[in-house]
Design a protein around this ligand. Structure first.
Ligand SMILES: Nc1ncnc2c1ncn2[C@@H]1O[C@H](COP(=O)(O)OP(=O)(O)OP(=O)(O)O)[C@@H](O)[C@H]1O
Ligand SMILES: [Mg+2]
Length: 243
């Protein structure tokens, strides 16, 4: 019963999650609950461990100790759970000599997407790249490439979207576009976004929950009620004063 209740309210839970690289502790006993339907921001200084935590959740690193659970529709199976998760990491991983369409088509085959052509054309339209459908990716601007990576991340209509600094280096209009996209993505309440970013003013406008990581530890967890009271920057700076 307890297990079922936990499954309903949180999409991700970590318990005592730690990661050590060459004897250096990078994540130290992380206990986090990420509510289903939230836009959950993961913030903290450079080197705090945000990307490491994300890579563990994506199965790219093994935790040194501790556990984590992801409660999505296919959570009974380690392979199938990938169908429920979309992600954007630092390295875009696009094929520069393939077109926008071909880059998405490769992944559509991996995910065995039905109506591949329709879905890809819909996503190119959504991210404003229809005009660049057949252009090779190496001619696209950075903002266009980031939008293409986002289109790839949501190709299989994932329940959980994990974004690691999706808007770094982008112009203001594109940052606003990403912000609006994220808000719309969770609108129906059945999808969740975990986002790591240094853009506190952008996050503040959309996030419902936030965890601050400092030196591999959780230095604070806040929800939308706390965020109504205090700015994200103040919460961030105050968490540093306790170091
Ligand atoms: N594969 C690795 N091998 C060794 N050390 C690593 C590895 N990946 C990360 N680290 C170290 O772990 C620490 C945390 O790095 P991480 O990239 O998780 O930080 P971050 O919070 O994402 O920082 P940023 O805001 O700069 O992206 C850093 O000291 C980094 O050097
Ligand atoms: Mg990082």
């Amino acid at each position: 019963m307890l297990e079922k209740q936990r499954c309903l309210s949180n999409i991700i839970e970590t318990r005592g999650l730690s990661k050590t690289f060459n004897g250096r502790i990078v994540l130290d006993n992380i206990d986090l609950n990420i509510p289903r339907g939230s836009i959950f921001a993961l913030i903290g200084p450079n080197g705090a461990g945000k990307t490491t935590l994300i890579r563990i959740l994506l199965g790219l690193y093994k935790p040194t100790t501790g556990t984590f659970s992801i409660y999505t529709h296919n959570n009974d199976d380690n392979y199938n759970i990938r169908k429920d998760i979309g992600f954007m990491l630092h390295s875009p991983g696009l094929y520069p000599v393939l077109s926008s369409y071909e880059n998405l088509a490769l992944y559509a085959r991996i995910y065995k997407i039905d109506n591949e052509r329709e879905r890809i054309e819909h996503l190119l339209e959504l991210v404003g790249l229809t005009e660049y459908r057949d252009e090779k990716v190496h001619i696209l601007s950075k903002g266009m490439r980031q939008k293409l990576v986002l289109a790839r991340a949501i190709l299989h209509d994932p329940e959980l979207l994990i974004l690691d600094e999706p808007t770094v280096g982008l112009e203001v209009e594109t940052k606003i576009w990403f912000r609006e996209f994220i808000s719309n993505f969770v609108m129906n309440g059945d999808k969740t976004v975990l986002i790591s970013s240094h853009e506190l003013s952008e996050l503040e406008k959309i996030c419902t929950d936030v965890a601050i990581l400092r030196k591999g530890k959780v230095a604070g967890v806040y929800n939308k009620f706390d965020l109504n009271e205090t700015s994200l920057e103040d919460l961030y700076l105050k968490s540093g004063e306790r170091d």
